[in-house]
Design a protein around this ligand. Structure first.
Ligand SMILES: Cc1cc2nc3c(=O)[nH]c(=O)nc-3n(C[C@H](O)[C@H](O)[C@H](O)COP(=O)(O)O)c2cc1C
Length: 204
């Protein structure tokens, strides 16, 4: 009789432990699913309007090429957007801008940008930039460093350029973002921005 009651108590304890473990597992799964459902995508980009070099000519671009692509990504995916706008505007004149950009690159400068954004709700970042002297502008370096190298996020880079493709930008990005998953990147010739198909950026 004593043996039987001990057995019954042991069985009840086991059942209660199993159901508590099951409850905890279900809760963890629900939390995980909720997190997956609530995580969002954002396109973060730098772009400069004004005079630029297009197919051998200097052309005035009212909207920068990288911004044209960013707006298409936003339209196609419904993601959020953040434009990295430098505190000190770059010269609209192409030649002067290349001089300022080269000086910043040589000095490994970190130019300030306007505003800020909390990236904790995003797990996917489309990152857009023009190629300047072979990589992205220095204020993009600053933005990435200020945001913990996009740690834990998936980064889908794209560049616009006049012949350099992605330049050194992907290796620079991987160095700046050791804890992010950096995809291979897509280079888009600036002069084709208006007609470019952005699905290759989205699906890389
Ligand atoms: C300061 C500066 C440096 C540039 N350096 C390069 C370069 O190294 N390689 C290249 O292919 N294009 C270069 N370009 C051309 C831009 O990458 C190209 O026009 C780009 O599409 C501009 O994008 P945005 O209009 O969004 O600023 C440079 C343009 C500027 C203004």
């Amino acid at each position: 009789m004593r043996l039987l009651s001990t057995l019954i108590i042991a069985l009840c304890t086991l059942c209660s432990c199993t159901s508590k473990a099951q409850e905890a597992k279900t809760l963890r799964q629900a939390q995980g699913e909720l997190k997956t459902e609530t995580m969002k995508s954002i396109v973060i980009y730098f772009s400069r309007s004004g005079n630029n070099y297009v197919n051998g000519d200097i052309v005035n671009l009212p909207v920068g090429n990288t911004k044209v692509i960013a707006e298409k990504i936003q339209k196609q995916t419904g993601c959020d957007a953040f434009e990295i706008v430098p505190e000190k505007e770059y010269p609209a004149d192409y030649g002067k801008c290349t001089e300022v950009a080269q000086e910043e690159l040589n000095q490994n400068a970190r130019p300030a940008y306007k505003g800020n954004i909390d990236l904790s709700q995003y797990d996917t970042i489309y990152l857009g930039y023009p190629i300047w002297w072979g990589t992205f502008p220095m204020c993009v370096f600053k933005f990435i460093e200020d945001h913990d190298g996009f740690a834990g996020k998936t980064v889908l880079p794209y560049s616009t350029h006049e012949g350099s493709g992605l330049g050194n930008s992907i290796s620079d990005l991987k160095e700046l973002c050791p804890k992010a998953t950096v995809k291979k990147g897509v280079g888009i010739k600036g002069s084709t921005a208006k007609t470019a198909d952005v699905s290759k950026v989205i699906n890389q």
